[in-house]
Structure formats: C-alpha cells, structure tokens
Design a binder for this molecule. Structure first.
Ligand SMILES: C[S@@+](CC[C@H](N)C(=O)[O-])C[C@H]1O[C@@H](n2cnc3c(N)ncnc32)[C@H](O)[C@@H]1O
Length: 409
C-alpha cells in the first residue's frame, strides 16, 4: 500500500516546479546529509577540550572519554538510518526529480536550526513509532481516538464513510491509528523533515522493530548514567502496513491553509499539538470551521507554545487560551467537552534529569448544523452572549474535566 496518495504526489510535483520550493527541498536533503559531520564535529570539540585538560583530570575522566567514543559510534549508526530516509525522499514526487546534484545548496554549510530539526525528527520517531512512546501516545492520541469512536460508533455508522483530517500530522501515527479503526483518515504535514521520515516509516518499514536509532545521543546534559545518552530505541513498534484491507489512509504534503479549501468536507478534524503552529491561530480556526461539515466535530489537544513567537522575521500573535476560546465560539462552534491541565509530554527522554510537561487543553467542539448556522447568523447576540457565559477562571481553574452541555452555554 502506498500511503502517500496521488493527491500528495500531484500536489508535490506542482509545487516543486517552483524554483524556491526546489531549493527548499535541496536544503532539507542537505541538512540530513550534514547530520553526520555536524554531529561528529560537536563531539570532537569536547574531545579536543578534554585532551587539553591536566593529565590527572584526564585520568579521572577515562570513562568519559570512552563514552564519547560510544557517542560517535551511535552517531554513525543514526547517519545510516538517515541515509535510508533520504534515499526514498525523491521518490515521493511524481514526474519530477527535485534532487539536482550540481546544486551547491547540497554542500553548503548546514544551518543550525535545520540540524536541530533533524534531531527533533529522530526524537519524533520515538514518540510515534516506538514502544517507548506508548505513554505519550496514551495521553496525547488516545483521548482523540476515543472521542472519534464515541462520536462515530461503528454500530451506528459505516466508519469508512467518516472523513477525518489530521493537520500537522508529524510522523503520522495518530492518523494511522484512526485509519486502523476503519475511518477514512488523511494526515497533512508541511515539514519535509517529517514528510521524508514518515514516508520511510509508512512505506518502507515492513517488520516490527526492524530498525534501531539512538534518539538521545545529542543530549549531552542531564544524563544520570552515560548509558542513557547512548541508549538505542527500536522502531516501528507495529508494522505500518498492517492496516485492514479496506483502510483508507493517506498523507498530503503542504501547508494546511493552502491545501484545504473545500467547504463542508470533513466529518472530523483532529489537531494534536498543532494550533500553536500558526502565525495567526485565528486563521487555523477559521479554516477548520469552514472545511468541517455542518454538524462535524473538531477535537483538539495541546498547549499554546506559539511556534513563531519571538522568531526573527516572523509575525506572530499569542492569544491566551481564554481568548482562543472566545475566537472558537465567535466562529460559531459549540464547545461540547473541555478540559484544562491535561498532563502531556512531547518527545521526552524519560531518563533525563530535565523533564518538561505541558498542562495541555483538550476540547471537542461542533460546527452547528445548517439550520443552527442560519439561526445564529440571525442572532449574533446569542453567539456573543455565549462567549461571555463561560469564562476561564484563571485564578480558580474550574474547567477541569467538563462535559459542557448546550444548556450551560
Ligand atoms: C508540534 S508538531 C505535532 C505533530 C503531531 N501532531 C504530534 O502530536 O506528535 C506540529 C506539526 O505540525 C506541522 N505543521 C505546522 N504548521 C503546519 C501547517 N501550516 N500545515 C501543515 N503542517 C503544519 C509541523 O511541521 C509539525 O510536524
């Protein structure tokens, strides 16, 4: 099964006729290509400093020196996996070979931010496709999957007729899990780092735990034991091609805001750690609202770590959840479930002495059916009134574990 469907290929080939996009593609390939020299250079810098320390210090640090050797071996191994990932990259595209070996972008100096993205992609493999990622997936993906099953139970509808979109799909595990349960599910992603890696997992990995990677090898700090840094993780924990015969699963590449224009199309849109990826979160919410069918639901889970906040040359607004909520209601959504303080983690090394946890927000909201939309347009005061009726009590958070009923609104 080729998970990257024709739509995907067509869109990519059209897009990549564009010279800018082609250069972008080359840059990401180049970032993957520079992974090994860049990462080894980092270790060598430490080794050089170590070699300059007084002899009696070096003697005390013999095990550390040996550990750095191990780190280098692990980096070499990761580089082999990266080669496999990039090898398939150009075959994602139809009628076009975006790789131009003469393009000197391929050999130019790596951009630091891109190297961080290569490392983040490796860690994302653990979140999405390893046994070690189970806890994260249980807290982040399971509530979304459970809600879809609750909203569209297979004894009341034909799941294959339910269209679910997962924008910002990362490496595709959430979308895969939804498709596995019989729903027609499309993941959408615009990062080529993620797209290359998900293409590799979804289309090239055919056996459980057939590969291993060293996801924490770049984490030089907060290690309790040296072995925590050099620990391997196997992937994928499931066979990604193990989908039911009739499963409808696809991935599209491109900016969510540009790819999805069709009004009233999706029965459900599921966003996980996504809405804060917008320059303008209102535009994301607007697109979700427009593209959902009347009566369709939007399920969201995640924090508000606005990705463009304080980034040079990027615009950003950073409304609090209290305000985001008003925007959601302002478009006409009815919030049906809402929970704050949902403890979630993102690509965390559980052995690290530094742990980061989000108090995420989870909500389920519904685009009203056609008649309600007409009614509410005729009565805008109701919508405005609604946003005033439920307020986030920021001092005394009362929004934990709420099923919100129409009457409350
Ligand atoms: C924080 S990650 C979350 C990934 C996944 N949902 C998860 O929970 O692991 C956000 C993802 O959204 C993607 N993304 C951000 N803005 C996007 C956009 N406008 N269109 C499509 N994907 C986008 C990013 O590339 C990134 O992979």
């Amino acid at each position: 099964m080729d998970t990257f469907n024709d739509n995907y290929k067509k869109r990519m080939s059209n897009t990549y006729e564009d010279e800018e996009e082609r250069k972008h593609f080359q840059r990401i390939i180049s970032a993957f290509k520079h992974y090994k020299p860049h990462s080894l250079q980092r270790v060598r810098k430490t080794e050089n400093y170590l070699a300059s320390l007084p002899q009696h210090h070096q003697k005390l640090l013999l095990n550390y020196r040996e550990h750095l050797q191990q780190v280098k071996v692990r980096i070499e191994h990761n580089a082999e996996i990266i080669k496999l990932i990039t090898r398939g990259a150009s075959s994602i595209f139809e009628n076009v070979n975006p790789l131009d070996e003469h393009d000197n972008t391929l050999n130019s100096r790596p951009i630091l931010a891109d190297q961080e993205k290569v490392q983040a992609t490796i860690k994302q493999l653990i979140r999405d496709w390893s046994i070690q990622g189970i806890e994260e997936r249980k807290t982040c993906y399971q509530p979304i999957i459970d809600e879809i099953i609750h909203q569209f139970p297979s004894d009341e509808c034909d799941p294959s007729k339910i269209n679910v979109l997962v924008p910002g799909a990362g490496l595709g595990r959430l979308a895969y899990e939804i498709a596995k349960r019989g729903y027609t599910c499309q993941g959408n992603e615009f990062s080529l780092f993620m797209l290359f890696a998900s293409y590799f997992v979804l289309n090239k990995c055919r056996e459980v735990n057939s590969f291993k990677i060293y996801p924490w090898v770049h984490q030089y700090m907060n290690n309790l034991c040296s072995s925590h840094q050099t620990q391997d993780v196997s992937f994928p924990d499931v066979n990604p091609s193990d989908l039911p015969e009739n499963a409808q699963f696809s991935m599209t590449a491109g900016d969510f805001l540009e790819v999805y224009h069709e009004y009233d199309h999706w029965n459900c849109i599921a966003t996980c750690f996504f809405i804060d990826c917008a320059n303008n979160v209102v535009q994301f919410i607007e697109t979700i609202y427009k593209t959902l069918k009347p009566g369709g639901i939007w399920i969201n889970l995640g924090p508000l770590l606005y990705h463009f906040s304080d980034m040079p040359n990027e615009d950003s607004i950073e409304p609090s959840y209290e305000i985001v909520r008003q925007v959601i209601l302002g478009f006409g959504f009815k919030i049906e479930k809402e929970q704050t303080q949902v403890k979630t983690r993102y690509a965390q090394n559980i052995n690290s002495m530094l742990q980061c946890e989000y108090n995420s927000v989870y909500f389920v909201c519904r685009k009203p059916n056609k008649q309600s939309i007409i009614d509410s347009k005729n009565d805008m005061l109701d919508i405005n009134g609604q946003s005033d009726n439920i307020k986030i009590d920021c001092d005394n958070d009362h929004l934990n574990n709420h099923d919100i009923h129409e009457e409350a609104i």
